[in-house]
Design a protein. Structure first.
Length: 178
């Protein structure tokens, strides 16, 4: 199959720019290839993330992983974690386990676009160009539970509600190809 196509833009570059803060990972390096352990065909474990410098009025966070390069017209959501309290500033490696056992109390995960509970690792089609996996931490002006969402909501519903409560965003982008 021929996967020749242009790279789509970073989806966050098309939205209003909120305050910017920092996210880092002991498992990933921004702009570099993601280790196989975080791929769907390997260990399929979510990477560690740690963030700082977010707006002081932050009341909760949502963490997402999105692949804008999937050969679909709408990209591919690999992970969404919502209702993280403002005092939670990191997620450990493997926090995206399907049962949610690595998340703080009250936080929840939606299903990936592949309908996998929790984190679904990188899985670009073999032979496709390297895909970008954008890990984003969204700082919100509402407390956990106030988005009115739960694990049965779609990634698009979460993203839509983030837009109206967004104070700031931090991103880290890793790549992967097979």
């Amino acid at each position: 199959m021929d996967f020749t196509r242009p790279y789509p833009p970073d989806p966050y570059s098309l939205l209003p720019a909120p305050a910017v803060f920092s996210v880092k990972s002991s498992d990933l390096t921004d702009g570099e290839r993601m280790p196989d352990a975080h791929a769907a065909h390997d260990r399929n474990i979510s990477p560690a993330l740690e963030w700082s410098g977010f707006p002081t009025e932050t009341r909760s966070f949502v963490v997402t992983c999105y692949d804008p390069d999937a050969p679909t017209p709408m990209g591919y959501h690999h992970w969404t974690v919502a209702d993280l309290p403002a005092d939670v500033t990191s997620l450990e490696t493997g926090a995206g386990a399907p049962d949610g056992s690595g998340l703080p109390a009250g936080a929840f995960q939606t299903h990936s676009d592949g309908h996998t509970p929790g984190f679904e690792g990188a899985g670009p089609p073999p032979g496709d160009h390297p895909h970008r996996y954008i890990f984003a931490v969204h700082a919100l002006d509402v407390a956990p539970g106030e988005l009115g969402l739960g694990p049965d909501n779609t990634n698009a519903q979460v993203a839509f509600n983030i837009y109206f409560h967004l104070l700031g965003r931090a991103t880290l982008t890793a790549t992967y190809s097979r």
